[in-house]
Design a protein around this ligand. Structure first.
Ligand code: ADP
Ligand code: MG
Length: 398
């Protein structure tokens, strides 16, 4: 699933209103009935205006009609949710233009964006809860009975959780990108000028970097946290030029950690397994890439847990769990993340098929599928009234 912003500038303010109405309606309808869209959008042009906007939105794939529907209705697509989030970031003046895509994970798209000062930032778009086509086929009934818009719910949860953790970690002085804003399934954060460890072929002092990474694992543990995916893709290495006392130029390496939706508490029932897995990941990578093996065994979970209790530091697992996440939300999100993990482990690379399954349902999608990457920068045009409109909708319960 790619973010394609080309249609963004061509949407009229009525279209945005209708798109927002479909999103509002999705909260309690898997398929939002057309009359409900009309009611929520309350366009001046009345029903015919709404129908015009519906056609325009369906044509560019922001909403879709489902074939087997018992009634006439639409659902929001990933593209539609992407546009709404971008629209919000843009109305808040956090994003002015969208540039290239730098990362494509199975659970996310990472885009370079910029504000109107030209400051570059990173937009992480979460894509969770979509099941591969193969799985979809054997799970039609299960899928049909799933909570409405569950991909929307899960992707939003992932973004909320990641944003909350990033804020908490930054506040404790952990090296993480500064989280700037969150909207729906997206997070806006500072761009780190660094390469992932994965792309680094040699370092001057592997033992030193290894020690620092293990210290980070232990420091997280002292605050009650396990990263849960502490690997060479999720550790960015900043190269900082320093001048030594003798006047020589030297390079120091500073790790920055990213990617937090799967973070778990040190009290989690499988905490030891996640802790060991994070440690093992670093050990394996350092041995393969830098031929470095630590002479010290461990670190071990039970020691880390003892150190956590003794340290008596702010427990970030508790802080985040207290910040509006219900137990059910965390459980739902965890289940979805594990499902993806299991799929990855099976080597199920059905991203392409995933796309098909989406299109399969989208009756209204046009055939002109030229899915080129956005090479250049795209400026997002935004009607200012959206601010008021969002507030207007938020105050109204539908
Ligand atoms: P995923 O959940 O898909 O793994 P990540 O958050 O790990 O997403 O991001 C994927 C990739 O995007 C990273 O490996 C990194 O190369 C790049 N990336 C993500 N966030 C940033 C950032 N703030 N600054 C620079 N690069 C980033
Ligand atoms: Mg990652």
């Amino acid at each position: 699933m790619k973010l394609d912003t080309r249609a963004m500038r061509y949407l009229a303010s009525e279209d945005w209103r209708v798109l927002t109405a479909v999103e509002m309606g999705s909260k309690n309808h898997e398929l939002v009935p057309t009359p409900l869209i009309e009611k929520i959008a309350r366009l001046k042009g009345g029903a015919s205006g709404v129908h015009k906007s519906i056609s325009a939105l369906a044509k560019v794939g922001l909403i879709a009609r489902v074939k087997e529907a018992k009634y006439d209705g639409y659902r929001l697509t990933y593209g539609g949710l992407d546009y709404l989030a971008l629209h919000t970031h843009s109305a808040r003046k956090d994003i002015y233009s969208v540039g290239t895509r730098i990362g494509v994970g199975k659970e996310s798209d990472i885009m370079i964006v910029a504000d109107n000062q030209g400051t570059q930032k990173v937009l992480k778009i979460h894509r969770l809860g979509r099941i591969s086509f193969r799985t979809v086929k054997s799970n039609r009934d299960y899928l049909r009975n799933r909570a409405s818009g569950s991909w929307m719910y899960l992707s939003r949860l992932a973004a909320m959780k990641e944003f909350a953790f990033m804020k908490a970690l930054l506040a404790e002085g952990f090296p993480v990108p500064e989280p700037i804003a969150q909207s729906r399934h997206t997070i806006l954060m500072a761009l780190i000028d660094a390469f992932p460890l994965r792309q680094i072929s040699a370092v001057p002092d592997p033992a030193k970097l290894y020690g620092e990474l293990i210290s980070l694992i232990l420091r997280l543990a002292k605050h009650g946290l396990i990263h849960g995916d502490f690997n060479e893709f999720n550790i960015l290495i900043k190269e900082i030029k320093v001048t030594t006392e003798s006047g020589e130029e030297a390079l120091t390496l500073e790790p920055v950690i990213i990617d937090f939706p799967q973070m778990v508490s040190m009290e989690h029932q499988n905490a030891e397994m996640y802790f060991d897995r994070d440690v093992e990941c670093i050990k394996r990578f350092f041995s393969r890439r830098f031929h470095f093996t630590s002479t010290e065994p461990g670190p071990f979970f039970k020691d880390a847990k003892k150190a956590m209790k003794k340290a008596g530091l702010t427990r970030l697992d508790a802080t985040v769990e207290a910040s509006g996440f219900t137990k059910k939300m965390l459980k739902d999100l965890e289940a979805a993340i594990r499902e993806k993990e299991a799929m990855k482990a099976e080597g199920n690379n059905s991203d392409e098929e995933d796309e098909e399954s989406e299109e399969d349902e989208d009756e209204d999608e046009d055939g002109d599928e030229e899915t080129s990457d956005n090479g250049g920068e795209i400026i997002i045009g935004v009607a200012n009234e959206v601010d008021d409109f969002d507030a207007d909708l938020a105050s109204k319960s539908t």
